[in-house]
Design a protein around this ligand. Structure first.
Ligand SMILES: *Cc1c(COP(=O)(O)O)cnc(C)c1O
Length: 364
């Protein structure tokens, strides 16, 4: 069986480092917001090239905290509209709703699965205040066009970088491309913790200060509350584990990219559309192929011992949670959800495994 992911094996190479961190954590007895958090924030900001990184409880909260902070400054107000790709993972959209803002779904491009910049302009209204660029499957969104649109319409440009740790565009890393960015360290992400975790990266010191308070009950110091805040801190132990893994992120991404390149060079099938290649701005969080025979292919591969996944089977506008969108017609998004299939691309996939998967796909 070729597993889609095997996190226990993938994390086994870091075990010595994890154990050392856990021993130190246990003897220090400082469980919340300790030295590992401060160290990780420093390390991750340096990695992304931003002035600040702020640890959060998870990726959804990281997005929400950015939006709540902009509400504190008055740059966003309840009911304002935020343009977001219709095919993103639901958390992007949930964060916008939870902050009392209106997600406006825009269709992606079939080639990149990221926002189609030509379709954004028609979604801009007087209430539009921001664009949420999601680097889906690890590919940086069409940032040049997004920047142009954001600048010419006076909109905030926020990154959901939860799938794109380490991706580079124009010599800048994901997380340092817009006004603020959100990351998730959910275990399956390219930089994954051993539990939940997230971060905001940002260059604006005022916003960074507000987010640092908002994530910690809105307090400016202990028991002095400036804002109606949240409890969404990065767990100290997860920060420690992330400090162990971060130095190896680029190497892991490079391995994913090599895997992707092997697939791209060798999969030859008239019914299968392959993703784009980019040696800098794609970190292949997922290697998502597309075919009208998706369900048939998934079963065929499973019968040959190859595990695949669907990211994602149901688009947000067809979820019961958003029944107000039941009548929205988003043909490109719906086609993607019908046809998309993710192949294993994890950094510990072996050459034999990749060759076997390629061989089976070509015989489909
Ligand atoms: C994983 C993910 C999130 C949410 O992160 P959590 O840590 O699971 O809350 C948000 N957006 C995207 C695109 C994601 O992939």
């Amino acid at each position: 069986m070729i597993e889609f992911l095997n996190l226990n094996k993938l994390n086994a190479v870091y075990e010595t480092g994890f154990r050392q961190k856990f021993e130190a954590f246990l003897s220090a007895g400082k469980y919340i917001e300790g030295v590992e958090n401060r160290q990780f924030e420093k390390n991750f900001a340096k990695y992304c090239g931003t002035k600040f990184a702020i640890g959060t409880g998870n990726g959804l909260d990281a997005i929400r905290l950015i939006l709540e902070a902009y509400k504190v400054t008055g740059k966003l107000q309840t009911g304002d509209e935020i343009i977001v790709p219709a095919n993103t993972f639901i958390a992007t959209i949930l964060a916008i709703s939870q902050a009392g803002l209106m997600p406006v779904l825009a269709e992606p491009e079939l080639e990149t699965y990221n926002l189609d910049t030509e379709k954004i302009v028609e979604k801009i209204s007087a209430k539009t205040k921001a664009i949420m660029g999601v680097h889906l499957y690890g590919l940086i969104s069409d940032w040049e066009h997004l920047q142009n649109i954001a600048h010419s319409h006076g909109l905030l440009l926020i990154e959901d970088a939860a799938q794109a740790h380490g991706a580079v565009w124009n010599d800048k890393k994901a997380g340092n491309l817009g006004d603020a960015a959100a990351f998730s360290f959910y275990p399956v992400k390219n930089l994954g913790a051993l539990g939940d975790g997230g971060a905001v990266t940002i260059n604006d010191p005022e916003l960074a200060g507000i987010i640092t308070q908002l994530k910690n009950y809105g307090q400016e110091k202990k028991y002095i509350n400036r804002y109606k805040g949240f409890n969404s801190r990065l767990d100290e132990l997860q920060a420690a584990f992330l400090n162990v893994k971060l130095p190896y992120l680029d190497k892991a991404n490079e391995k994913r990219r090599q895997n992707a390149l092997l697939y791209l060079k060798n999969i030859k099938h008239p019914d299968i559309v392959l993703p784009v290649f980019d040696e800098k701005s794609h970190v292949y969080h997922q290697f998502a192929i597309r075919t009208r025979r998706r369900d048939e292919l998934k079963t065929y591969l499973a019968n040959h011992g190859i595990e695949t996944m669907i990211h994602y089977p149901v688009p947000p506008h067809k979820q019961q949670a958003y029944s107000e969108w039941q009548n929205l017609h988003l043909p490109i998004t719906e086609q993607i959800h019908r046809e998309i299939l993710s192949l294993p691309v994890r950094e510990n996939l072996t050459g034999d495994e990749i060759n076997y998967i390629i061989e089976k796909i070509n015989k489909f």
